[in-house]
Design a protein. Structure first.
Length: 362
């Protein structure tokens, strides 16, 4: 049974310079896209009660209430379902979001990235600091109490003082969740083709990350996943379904899903998706070893880490024996800890998480 679903909305007013997601699609194709999305949902969704539904993009908040109603009416959410929509500050229209709330959307993920106007302009964002505050005031006035913001660190010309200012302002917003991502230059993004000058070096990015962790912890945010911090009870339930290796639907262009033993990705070409939304670009039947490796890597992203007893029972292995060489190596380097029946990354290990995780893949 699958109790989680992701929906991808690819439309943006303008593509950000760091973004290589399938986004920025021509908004004039919106009606055709929604029609094809509806075809896919009706064909593949099996009417289970959904515990979480996440509408991402792109900028899904560009859709109007009627568009959203067409989509959400196809699903059967559980009574306490978490229904999230991503939004950019400049798209937070009060009347539209009142309608969204009436449709059951109860969690907002707001793409702030930074409060610094010069840096926002340099990375291709359309909003400014004033727009951020206006959007958040509107959301709170409407009655949204579960609000997350995204921040990026390691941005062009960003120094430690800039980052500290961003974190201070984020804390003052009185919100329940903060996601912080280190900038990655993706080859298909604008920055990938036009590398920016004055990027913070690795040492400065490490200082930024440690400052974020320590400061948010002091303010009552639990660092529950590598990039995510939440007040008690407000961790993203949808994203936890990924990290806990649960099944989920993926609807829309380039969306990924995981059903049974099959991981799949939908068409990444918009015209192909509109023409045939049921045609998958990729589909992989996972072996038992691949499922184990995914479980390990995903669990290591979480602050709770790997529950050794659970993974032994689920995969019929002796985890500590099977991976003894890797565990001993990274415990000596202080990148992993193994205590109280769990294995997890240290703070130092989080900074080198990709290196550690790769060791568990054959």
């Amino acid at each position: 049974m699958t109790n989680h679903a992701y929906i991808h909305i690819p439309f943006c007013i303008r593509k950000c310079r760091y973004c290589d997601f399938v986004s920025g699609a021509d908004i004039q194709l919106k009606d055709e896209y929604i029609s094809s999305l509806i075809v896919q949902i009706k064909e593949q969704y099996e009417n289970e009660e959904l515990k979480t539904l996440y509408i991402g993009g792109g900028t899904p908040s560009l859709l109007d209430g009627r568009d959203m109603e067409k989509i959400l009416s196809l699903f059967k959410p559980a009574d306490n379902a978490e229904i999230t929509i991503e939004a950019n500050p400049e798209t937070v229209d009060e009347n539209k979001f009142k309608h969204f709330k009436q449709l059951g959307i109860n969690r907002i993920s707001l793409g702030v990235q930074t409060f610094n106007g010069k840096i926002l302009n340099e990375i291709g964002r359309l909003h400014n600091e004033k727009t951020i505050y206006k959007a958040l005031n509107n959301l709170k006035n409407i009655g949204f109490s579960n609000i997350s913001i995204d921040l990026i660190y390691g941005l062009p010309n960003q120094n430690l003082s800039d980052l500290k200012s961003d974190i201070k302002k984020a804390i003052e917003l009185d919100i329940t969740h903060i996601s912080t991502y280190g900038l990655k230059i993706e080859k298909n993004s604008y920055f990938g083709k036009n590398p920016p000058d004055n990027l913070p070096d690795d040492t400065l990015q490490e200082k930024m990350f440690l400052y974020i962790c320590n400061t948010l912890a002091e303010q009552g945010f639990e660092h529950y996943e590598i990039s995510n911090f939440a007040k008690k009870g407000f961790a993203s339930r949808h994203n936890l379904c990924y990290w806990q290796n649960k099944n989920y639907y993926g609807f829309g262009i380039n969306a990924s899903g995981y059903i049974g033993d099959i991981r799949y990705k939908n068409q990444s070409d918009l015209k192909k998706y509109i023409a045939n939304p049921l045609d998958r670009e990729e589909e992989t039947v996972l072996t038992a070893q691949q499922k184990l490796e995914e479980e390990i890597i995903l669990a290591l992203r979480l602050n709770n880490g790997i529950n050794i007893d659970n993974i032994n029972k689920k995969y019929n292995i002796n985890f500590e024996k099977k991976y003894s060489v890797i565990l001993n190596k990274y415990k000596k380097l202080n990148l992993l800890t193994a205590e109280n029946g769990t294995v997890k990354l240290t703070k130092k290990g989080i900074l080198l998480s990709n290196e550690v995780m790769c060791e568990f893949i054959n």
